[in-house]
Structure formats: C-alpha cells, structure tokens
Design a protein around this ligand. Structure first.
Ligand SMILES: [Zn+2]
Ligand SMILES: [Zn+2]
Length: 356
C-alpha cells in the first residue's frame, strides 16, 4: 500500500509499505477514507519533534472504516465508520481516569509519530475502543475528519481557557487550530472574539464565517494596543496563543489583562522565555501543552447538532498520490490552503452524508 513516511530530518516521502496487521488484541485496522496534513507533521519533518521516529508513517488526523478487529476490541466491528484520535490511550491509568489522555502511561501521541499513522491506505490503530469515535450516519467522513486532532485541540483549549460569558477572547493565529479554537470558544459565550494573524485571507475567512468578531493584522496594527482599545485599556480576558511564531508568546502575555488565563496551544520549535520580572503583579495563569483529546464523542454530538462545523477549513482535496504537492502548498500557505485532505479511496458505496 501507499504511505507517507518521515525519512529523516527535512525529508518526507510517499513510498510502498506492507499492509498493517493486528499486533495486539485491542488493535483495529482502519481503511483510511480521509486524512489530512497537520502542522505537527511539518514540525516532525523539520526535526522539531525529538520523539518522532525516523521511517514512521506520518498522519494522525484521519477517518475511515474498520476492516479488521483484534479479539479485545469490544465497542467496534468491521464496517463501522470512525474518526481516529491523535492520542492512543488505555482509558484506565491514573491520567486517563482524569481525562489527561495525552499523558496516558501506555500511549499519548503515538500514531504518525512513534508508530505508523494515517497518511496511508490502511493503518493499525491501537487501543481501538478508546481511540476511535463512531461517526453517526448523518455525518460524512469529511465532517468528522478533524474530530480527533485539530478540532479536539481547539475544543480542549477553549475548555481550559475558563471563558466567562461576555469575555473578550484573543486568539493569536487563524490557521486550522486557531479557527477551531475560535469556533469552540464561541460555545462558551464570550462577547467578542478577536483574531490576530498576518494572513489577511485567513482573517477574512474567520470573520466572514462568524468565527470571530474583530480581526487584527500585526503587520498593520499593534495587537496589544488594539486589544486594550476594545477593553477599556485592560487587555484580553482570555488569550489563546496558537500561532507559535517568533514573537507570539510575548504578545500573548502582553495582550492579556491582569489575572487573565493564557492558554499556550502552539507547538514551538525553539525555547520561549517567561520574563517574570516584567509580568510581576499581573498574576497571570498559563496553561500549556498538548491536547487531551478525551472529549471526541462530545465533539461529534456538537457536529451532529450543527454547533461545530469545520467544512470551511477544507480548501484542497486530492488522491493520496498528490500528497507531496500538498506538503509544499500547505506548509507555505499557498493557494489560500488551510487544510489539505487526501482521499486514499473514493467511496466504493454511497456513504450517508457524503457530499461528493
Ligand atoms: Zn495534528
Ligand atoms: Zn491511560
């Protein structure tokens, strides 16, 4: 089968690989119907994820059909349509029981990082009962594609942001994770969502689709001043740093009001500085880290209810064969690309909700 591998720092390649097989009783084999490229794949390619293994099949955001199950899989059977979670987790350890599945003693972010992932025709999914989320009949693979990673991340970020009704929320970065953070933040009832990005096209899209209310381009406007202008000089009540650019961490805490929560979602490739002497008395709360994708069923219900909709993010759709072109276009934000989606198989039977 075809699959994209992380060969070594700076190089990813589409290659032929043997079909995956069941290795543990809790494994399932998933036929990949839709997969995407995530910015974390670019971080791996750039050598920015030390735990990523050379030779691994990339891809941790995908949806497909279960074609084989191990003897220990209880909740799913062959033919089930599922979205797969970026994190593999046991559901039983200290961390899992508290919802911190990113820190599962048996897993965490494994797929497409330490074990073969979903930019392929087939993939072995460990701990399938925990890592798969059933896709309701009315929902298409594309609607469900982001449930396990980028949407889970935005939803998790918004959830830990402690947003109060009528807050002014600042989201730095209007890429895929920024957009899902905005749409998830909306669920908590803030008065104003402010989006900041240097990409005008992305800002315009976020505004046009109602994900944010105010846009700021740091190339044209001072972000801190603009946010203060919206908050009687206080600063944002909650800040989400999703951009991960050179100066955005500093921007995040500077734009926050005293006693704000600053959620750092971005995955940096370099160390960041926290100059405590400059923020003394500001009494900020920082929350950092990788997504705990433990609420995928909840997210799926919100999609089904029409409360979350990521369809605006799919700007490109190609066969798996063309994914290398996707790496270039997605990485360099060419052609207005937000998400590059591959279709390893065209649906061989009509799938409810599938639009093409
Ligand atoms: Zn990702
Ligand atoms: Zn666990």
């Amino acid at each position: 089968m075809k699959a994209v591998i992380y060969e070594k720092k700076g190089r990813v390649r589409l290659v032929e690989k043997p079909m995956p097989t069941i290795q543990e009783p809790r494994d399932a084999i998933v036929k990949v119907m839709r997969a995407s490229i995530c910015s974390s794949d670019l971080h791996i390619r750039n050598g920015g994820v030390p735990r990523a293994k050379e030779g691994v099949v990339l891809g941790h955001e995908f949806a497909g059909e279960i074609v084989e199950t191990g003897s220990g899989v209880k909740k799913f059977s062959v033919g089930d349509r599922v979205a797969v979670n970026v994190e593999s987790f046991c559901g039983e350890c200290f961390f899992c029981r508290r919802g911190f599945v990113n820190n599962c003693v048996e897993g965490g972010w494994e797929l497409g990082c330490r074990i073969d992932g979903g930019q392929a025709e087939y993939v072995r999914v460990p701990t399938a009962d925990m890592s798969c989320t059933r896709i309701p009949d009315a929902i298409s693979y594309e609607q469900a594609l982001f449930v396990g990673d980028v949407l889970a991340t935005g939803y998790w970020a918004a959830g830990i942001g402690e947003i109060q009704p009528a807050d002014v929320v600042l989201v730095l970065g209007a890429g895929p994770t920024g957009l899902t953070t905005m749409m998830s933040a909306r669920l908590f009832g803030p008065a104003v969502i402010v989006a900041s990005d240097v990409n005008e096209e992305r800002l315009a899209l976020a505004k046009a689709r109602g994900l944010c209310d105010v846009t700021i381009n740091p190339k044209k406007q001072d972000v801190v001043e603009a946010v203060r202008g919206l908050t009687d000089g206080r600063g944002a009540d909650v800040v989400f740093e999703v951009a991960g650019a050179k100066n955005t961490f500093e921007l995040a805490w500077r734009a926050a009001r005293p006693n704000a929560v600053v959620v750092v979602v971005a995955l940096y490739e370099e160390a960041q500085t926290i100059p405590l002497h400059r923020m003394y008395g500001k009494n900020l709360t920082f929350k950092t880290g990788g997504v705990d994708a433990s609420k995928c069923s909840e997210i799926m219900r919100l999609i089904e209810a029409g409360r979350l909709d990521t369809s605006l993010m799919i700007t490109h759709r190609t066969p798996l064969n063309d994914i290398m072109q996707g790496y270039d276009i997605f990485a360099n934000q060419k052609e207005g690309c937000i998400k590059w989606v591959v279709t390893p198989f065209e649906a061989d039977k009509p799938i409810p909700g599938e639009t093409f």
